[in-house]
Design a protein around this ligand. Structure first.
Ligand SMILES: Cc1cc2nc3c(=O)[nH]c(=O)nc-3n(C[C@H](O)[C@H](O)[C@H](O)COP(=O)(O)OP(=O)(O)OC[C@H]3O[C@@H](n4cnc5c(N)ncnc54)[C@H](O)[C@@H]3O)c2cc1C
Length: 445
């Protein structure tokens, strides 16, 4: 393989890399994917909810064979305080029985299947191969340096290495600035084994159907981020995270934002805090942890994205900081951007031109798609939460106190209760709360 030159080298067999490889291989291009794990999926972490639309765009009808866990029939969003859980949103959507929108997946099962579709299309997948550097000649990326396979060359290298701590390929080559601590979250995830009948009973699901629960507020000790439970076939995916900037030397410092002060805690303690919340504990009763993993998630919107193209290279997915910081979407942006990169390379091949000029068409595709639009739309979402920490601390507490008063039957008249609630909001800065809530609703709509 040493002297071969490929049309395209793809770094990383995650959703972005495999989508790019399938697209190009189907058009007859010579493509190789280099994956550092012993097989695709062995190094990957995700909640994980995967979306049909973007998968179908890449593999067509073959999405029906994908190894999914459960179709998501219900979405729930909870606002939590230490003493209560406010179920703000619940949407049980029976249309998804016939036409699934999303499924829970386990990446260790999904990724090998997805990569097998790239192989079927004619791409080579080489596992256990770490790409150590991009090979740059006269300012153009011409290949990659690997420990195991030596240097490999191609007309274009598509970087789909995901996001992580330490210097990544683009940073080593000076093509991307290091990620700042408020541009990404560190998330932890446990897979917990539980009898399917118990999963269905506890999450009110029909056999084989699933539910996604996401919890804000006290679940993350008031930090920008959320915790989740996703139902799999016979396991639960339990996890969540907060911005890296909220971790200080491995600890998160509590700020005084009107919530219970939890002192300092580690990501692991964040997880334990969530798992022992009175609304969560019974859902996990008897479930056994079979896997524990941690990984980063891009959180900073469009402005954090690096240059997506240059002479001889393109960047997709998490490596390009493409993840929606408000919705839990990442895998779909990765697949869509991989597909768009693949389509751009097919055009470049037809033109016989892999220069920056031709490859810049990729950015046009991204910008005009839901990726560019959503990434721009949510640019200010995380800064808003960072600058107004009371939104996930004090405000849920106030709502909880108001509802406690409202629902409590204690001989006090409803007039008096309403007056008490209004006075409480007035005293605690209700006008600012209304203004901030409107701002948040506008920013995150
Ligand atoms: C806890 C958690 C929960 C999440 N939940 C969801 C969810 O529910 N829904 C959703 O859509 N998204 C979710 N995401 C985000 C989603 O996982 C990512 O957006 C998505 O995986 C990005 O795909 P990717 O292909 O860009 O990168 P990755 O999936 O990270 O794939 C990168 C691949 O590159 C390989 N690689 C890295 N460096 C090298 C190298 N130097 N040489 C060779 N190979 C290399 C890695 O081993 C990996 O296989 C979650 C993320 C986390 C951490």
């Amino acid at each position: 393989m040493q002297d071969e030159k490929f049309d395209a080298i793809v770094v990383g067999a995650g959703p972005a890399g495999v989508a790019a490889a399938i697209t190009m291989a189907r058009a007859g291009l010579q493509v190789v994917i280099l994956e550092k794990g012993e097989k695709p999926g062995s190094k990957n972490v995700m909640g994980g909810i995967l979306y049909r639309h973007n998968l179908e765009e890449v593999v067509g009808e073959a999405w029906k064979e994908a190894p999914i866990e459960r179709p998501m029939i219900e979405e729930q969003r909870w606002f939590m305080t230490d003493q209560a859980a406010l179920r703000l949103l619940g949407h049980k959507n029976f249309r998804h029985r016939e036409h699934p929108n999303s499924w829970s997946v386990l990446r260790a099962r999904f990724d090998p299947w997805f990569a097998s579709k790239a192989e079927e299309a004619g791409a080579f997948v080489i596992n256990e191969t770490v790409v150590e550097n991009l090979v740059v000649k006269d300012g153009k990326v011409v290949g990659v340096a690997t420990g195991r396979e030596g240097d490999l060359f191609a007309d274009v290298v598509i970087v789909c290495e995901g996001i992580g701590l330490g210097k990544r390929l683009l940073e080593k080559a000076g093509l991307k600035k290091p990620i700042r601590a408020n541009q990404a979250a560190i998330a932890v995830k446990e897979i917990m084994a539980l009898d399917p009948a118990k999963i269905e009973e506890r999450f009110n699901c029909e056999p084989g159907e699933g539910c996604a629960v996401e919890c804000f507020g006290a679940s993350t000790m008031g930090r920008a981020g959320f915790m989740f439970i996703y139902t799999n076939q016979d396991t639960l995916s339990v996890g969540g995270g907060v911005l890296v900037s909220d971790y200080n030397g491995g600890v998160v410092r509590a700020r005084d934002v009107g919530r219970v002060d939890h002192g300092v805690f580690s990501p692991n303690e964040l997880m334990e805090h969530f798992k022992t919340h009175p609304a969560i504990k019974p859902l996990l009763e008897g479930a056994e942890t079979v896997e524990y993993v941690a990984k980063m998630i891009p959180e900073a919107g469009y402005k954090s994205m690096p240059k997506l193209f240059g002479d001889g290279y393109l960047v997709c997915g998490d490596a390009a900081m493409m993840a929606n910081p408000v919705h839990r979407e990442g895998s779909n942006l990765a697949m869509a951007s991989g597909r768009m990169a693949g389509e751009t390379v097919i055009q470049a091949k037809e033109l016989g031109d892999f220069s920056e000029r031709t490859l810049s068409r990729y950015k046009g595709r991204v910008d005009n798609s839901f990726i560019g639009k959503d990434m721009r739309k949510y640019n200010d979402a995380v800064p808003l939460l960072e600058q107004n920490p009371e939104m996930l601390g004090k405000y849920p507490e106030l709502l909880d106190r108001a509802l406690d008063e409202f629902f409590r039957v204690d001989g006090v008249s409803k007039w008096e209760k309403q007056s008490r609630i209004l006075k409480m909001f007035a005293k605690e800065g209700g006008v600012k709360m209304a203004w901030n809530t409107a701002k948040a609703a506008w920013t995150m709509k």
